[in-house]
Design a protein around this ligand. Structure first.
Ligand code: FES
Length: 110
């Protein structure tokens, strides 16, 4: 038996729509998700900062780090790890798979 939560894959964007340095916000049900292109690899994290309410997809990308547009807290995009104050709580991440040019994100089934 697997301990992994059940997920459902949703097509959210095409790779050509996600520029490096310009994350894309998408929504799947109640999940607000930011899609990133880091050196050609696609990642997905929660779009809402863990500090207060800010949309990370409107933040600033530096390599594999996203900086929150509100108070400049920073997260490691691939792992969601909180890197610098004022953020202390890690960001949720979502599994990503590609089929051709289509980006699918795995969202937990409620
Ligand atoms: S809301 Fe993101 S650092 Fe404050």
């Amino acid at each position: 038996m697997s301990e992994q939560p059940a997920i459902e894959w949703h097509r959210v964007a095409r790779t050509s729509e996600v520029e490096e340095d310009d994350p894309k916000a998408v929504r799947v049900g109640d999940h607000l998700i930011a899609i990133y292109n880091v050196g050609g690899t696609i990642y997905a994290t929660a779009d809402v900062c863990t500090h207060e309410f800010a949309s990370l997809s409107e933040g600033f990308v530096e390599g594999d780090v996203i900086e929150c547009p509100l108070h400049a807290g920073r997260f490691h995009i691939p792992s969601g790890k909180a890197l610098s104050p004022p953020v202390t709580e890690d960001l949720g991440t979502y599994p990503v798979k590609l089929e051709g040019d289509d980006i699918y994100v795995g969202v937990p089934i409620d």
